[in-house]
Design a protein around this ligand. Sequence first.
Ligand SMILES: Cc1cc2nc3c(=O)[nH]c(=O)nc-3n(C[C@H](O)[C@H](O)[C@H](O)COP(=O)(O)O)c2cc1C
Length: 206
Amino acid sequence: MQTLLQLNTSLYAGDGQSSRLAGRFVERWRAAHPGATVLLRDLAREPVPHLDAERFDAFLAKDGARDEKQKSVVAYSNRLIDELRRADVIVIGLPMYNFGVPSMLKAYFDHVARAGVTFRYTENGPVGLLTGKKAYVFAARGGRYAGTPSDTQTGYVRQFLAFLGIEDVEFVYAEGLAIGEASKQTALARARDAIDGMLDPQRLAA
Ligand SMILES: Cc1cc2nc3c(=O)[nH]c(=O)nc-3n(C[C@H](O)[C@H](O)[C@H](O)COP(=O)(O)O)c2cc1C
C-alpha cells in the first residue's frame, strides 16, 4: 500500500490557496488509491523551529554522546524524516512570500537535511538517500514568475529535493492571484484542471 505525505506550508494552514490545491490533489489521489495512507503535516499548525547552533550541534553530536536536550532535538528531526521516508508520494503546498519560499518550509528543510541520514557525502559529491519517491508541488503566487529568472522557488525546491534523492518532481502553478479577481479565478481554475488531469485514471495507469 502506498503512503502519501502532504506538507502544507501556507500561513493560513489548510485555507491557503496552495494548501487547497494540494488538498484537491490528495483527495483525488486518495480516491484513486483506496487503502493508501495519507499523512498531513501542516507547518502553520505545528511550526518547525528555526535551526540554530544548539540544534545543529545536536545533529552533529555522536549517538551515545548526546545529552537529553540534544536527544529530543534529534528525535524530533527523526520524526519528520521518518514521515518523508515512509512516503512514496510527497505533496507540497508552496506559497510565494516575499520572493521566496515560506520561512516555515525553510525551517522544515533545515531539519530534514541530515548528513548520514537523508544524504551522504561521497568522493563524487553528496548523494541523496530518499530515493524512489515522486513529489508534486502546488505553487500559489500573487504575481507571475513561472519560467522567468524571478522564479526563485522552482529551482530551489527542485535542487533541495534532488539533494535528498527525490528527483521526480512535478509543479503546478496558480499565478497572478493578487492581480485581480478575474486573473485569480482563471489561474485557480487552470490549476484545478491540471490537477484533475494528473489524476486521470488513464494517465495513472500509464
Ligand atoms: C506575507 C506575504 C508575502 C507575499 N509575497 C509575495 C511575493 O513576493 N510575490 C508574490 O507573487 N506574491 C506574494 N504574496 C501573495 C501570495 O503568494 C499569495 O497570496 C498566495 O496565495 C499565497 O499562498 P497561500 O494562499 O497558500 O498562503 C505574498 C503574500 C503574503 C501573505
